[in-house]
Design a protein around this ligand. Sequence first.
Ligand code: ZN
Length: 78
Amino acid sequence: MDNPPSERSRASKAAVRGDRVERRLIMDKWVCTICGYVYDPAKGDKESGVKPGTSFETLPDDWVCPDCGAPKSDFEKM
Ligand SMILES: [Zn+2]
């Protein structure tokens, strides 16, 4: 390994900063006002092919509640 220690610490600091921004974006849970289903970004929605770590805001516009089929507009931020 030729990497000087200073290079490595700089890289890991940047990674931490990026991680923090992403985590703040995705941590909001949204609840379906029709049936009470909670969309948890940490889990995503496997049945609809939504990967874990997908924020509610970045879900496709045609995504619907997996329990009752309500559109995104029927969800409220928790
Ligand atoms: Zn629902």
